[in-house]
Design a protein around this ligand. Structure first.
Ligand SMILES: CC(C)(COP(=O)(O)OP(=O)(O)OC[C@H]1O[C@@H](n2cnc3c(N)ncnc32)[C@H](O)[C@@H]1OP(=O)(O)O)[C@@H](O)C(=O)NCCC(=O)NCCS
Length: 230
């Protein structure tokens, strides 16, 4: 798939509490996951994970778990969604998705459970057709930013030992390997690598984060500029 290389460079207001900080000119939006998002989330989940969470599991997180902070990443532009939906039916177009009057393509999602001072990332995924464009990074940045906003001191996660792509992403954002859970994954008995980003509010961590974000926004903006010349 050629993911939208021709979409306009769109500006929009960030949602309170999920501030886009200095990236208000990128053509993506991240919002809290709602019940209406769940079918599209589950569709990606099934494509991406060997042990996918069920629709019921996501509905529970969204509706009943006060510790759950789940977000979805969407393309902002409905016109692009309409064009893309002709060839890519997974894209939701305004007015056609169940449960929501105005929908935009759902490109990815992520979430964490908040403990006392720990945000435990339990899922992050980008639609397979949209990889390698900085969207996984964008989701991770928002999870870290949101964890900071809700006063988490550390962010933790588990990742499959074979999932080197995700480990590289987490490593880029300062996550360190702190342990291994033997045979953690039930489908193939694979080990989980435990990773942690500590002291996320510290000046040192935030300084690194700002640098990485600046370069991510530039990457996303370059994509948009390339788009405009097409
Ligand atoms: C992991 C995942 C979210 C990354 O999303 P993505 O949008 O493709 O990644 P991005 O384009 O944002 O890349 C960000 C970083 O990830 C790493 N990365 C991404 N693709 C990579 C690849 N093919 N090879 C190695 N590293 C890669 C790099 O560190 C990259 O930074 P860089 O561009 O400076 O090198 C995505 O691959 C995915 O959904 N995988 C399936 C679900 C999953 O494994 N989730 C994690 C569970 S713990």
């Amino acid at each position: 798939m050629t993911w939208p290389l021709y979409h306009p460079f769109i500006c929009g207001a960030p949602e309170p509490g999920l501030a886009m900080n200095d990236n208000s000119s990128i053509p993506y939006v991240i919002k809290r996951m709602t019940l209406a998002d769940v079918p599209a989330v589950v569709a990606i989940e099934k494509m991406v994970f060997p042990l996918p969470w069920s629709r019921h599991a996501f509905e529970h997180e969204v509706q009943h778990n006060p510790m759950a902070h789940f977000m979805v990443l969407r393309l902002r532009d409905t016109a692009v969604a309409r064009q893309e939906s002709h060839t890519h039916p997974w894209i939701e177009v305004a007015g056609t998705a169940p449960g929501g009057p105005s929908r935009h393509p759902l490109l990815g999602y992520g979430g964490f459970w908040l403990g006392i001072d720990e945000a435990h990332i339990c899922t992050v995924a980008v639609h397979p057709d949209c990889r390698g464009r900085g969207l996984g990074e964008l989701l991770l940045v928002h999870l870290i930013d949101h964890a900071t906003e809700v006063n988490a001191a550390v962010v933790t996660l588990e990742v499959r030992a074979s999932n080197l792509v995700a480990q590289k992403l987490y490593g880029k954002y300062g996550f360190l390997r702190v342990g291994r859970r033997k045979g953690y994954y039930l489908d193939n008995g694979e080990d989980a690598i435990m990773m942690i980003a500590s002291r996320i509010s510290s000046a040192a961590f935030q300084g690194q984060l700002q640098e990485l974000k600046a370069s991510l926004w530039q990457k996303l903006a370059v994509q948009s500029h390339r788009t405009r010349r097409v």
